[in-house]
Design a protein around this ligand. Structure first.
Ligand SMILES: [Cu+2]
Length: 133
């Protein structure tokens, strides 16, 4: 498969349950055909803290639905704005919040993301999703 970031146990469990459901096989059921090849990547865990993203560079294959698991351990909010896609991506996190979002990158390239709050971007709060062809 594609490269996976650090797994989040809860999410992996949820995905595992979903695929078990999709297979639909109980004991004695006929083997199900393999699921359609819908590539997914991640979840990739990114921590938004102290005016930085860790990690600040994420690699993904074109066409894959990248699961971004964002965590903000700070007291103040942060966001993640992604440039270069047809649909703008804006993900906002209050302090001490975490979210998971799926973003698909149809074409190879480098897609910059940044925090729009206060002076965070000027302080270096930006990064790149690198979509390898
Ligand atoms: Cu910020």
């Amino acid at each position: 498969m594609t490269r996976f970031g650090r797994a989040i146990p809860g999410l992996v469990l949820a995905l595992g349950a979903a695929s078990a459901c999709a297979a639909g096989g109980g004991p004695g059921a006929a083997p199900s055909p393999p699921p359609p090849d819908v590539p997914t990547a991640g979840p990739v865990r990114i921590v938004l803290s102290h005016n930085s993203y860790r990690p600040s560079v994420v690699h993904v294959r074109p066409g894959a639905a990248l699961l971004l698991a964002l965590e903000n351990p700070d007291d103040e909010p942060h966001d993640l704005n992604l440039l270069g896609l047809a649909e703008p991506v804006h993900l906002f996190l209050n302090g001490h919040k975490a979210i998971v979002s799926s973003v698909t990158f149809p074409r190879p390239g480098t897609y910059r993301f940044y925090c729009s709050l206060r002076r965070h971007r000027l302080d270096g709060m930006e990064g790149d999703v690198v979509v390898d062809g």
